[in-house]
Design a binder for this molecule. Sequence first.
Ligand code: MF3
Ligand code: CO
Ligand code: CO
Length: 259
Amino acid sequence: MAITIKTAEQIEKMRIAGKLAASVLEMIEPHVKTGVTTGYLDQLCHSYIVEKLNAIPAPLNYNGFPKSICTSINNVVCHGIPGEKKLKKGDIINIDITVIKDGFHGDTSKMFLIGKTSVKARRICKVAHECLLIGIEKVKPGIHLGEIGRAIGAHAKAKDCAVVRDYCGHGIGLGFHEMPQVIHYDDGKVNRSPILEQGMTFTIEPMINLGGFEVITSKLDGWTVTTKDRSLSAQWEHTILVTKNGYEILTLRKDELIS
Ligand code: MF3
Ligand code: CO
Ligand code: CO
């Protein structure tokens, strides 16, 4: 399946889906604190998405994923399954939300810091956020898709952090994971990667580790991805539209407008 160019009508639906996904992160923020279980956060998000937004939580039953959101704590890179685990002071947690509205997907995630965190924890969250923004700022028609990853990889390297290679961003629209794959490092094929065009929509979602880039997937649940060296990992994600002159962040939150 080739990269789809969204029509004006489809872009309007992507804007709505993106806004709704962002609103879930805004809604959950005050609940993300010491003592709450990730399962409780999942329940709150599930009810909000289904009842308030009249939307569908895309992860639920996606390739057998058992919950409505992903919650990835500390050395968990991505795809953490909500459950009985309680958040504790010093934890960092990524909450990843994908909603489907009127057929279209909006996909976004952010890090939350629980109480007083270590210098290392704050650092990896900050570097991962910088990586996301540096990637987004590259987006405009005419560039190679691979330039996004090259910029992200260079920044991570400058900060002595590693970019996860086994998972990438993705085209998004009627499908959750469409073409193209958005790689977050320099794979040496930048000049052979697709040229961005107005109307493309994709995610940028760098996973950045304090230690090495290698990850392992849990043999117990088949989902939870952790750093091989147990180092901390952080991730931020936005759904992006390529516009005439640059980009539009479809999943922008209110707290991001100020900065
Ligand atoms: N939201 C994730 C992404 O950014 C995908 C989660 S798939 C799931 O692409 F099955 F784990 F939910
Ligand atoms: Co995504
Ligand atoms: Co996501």
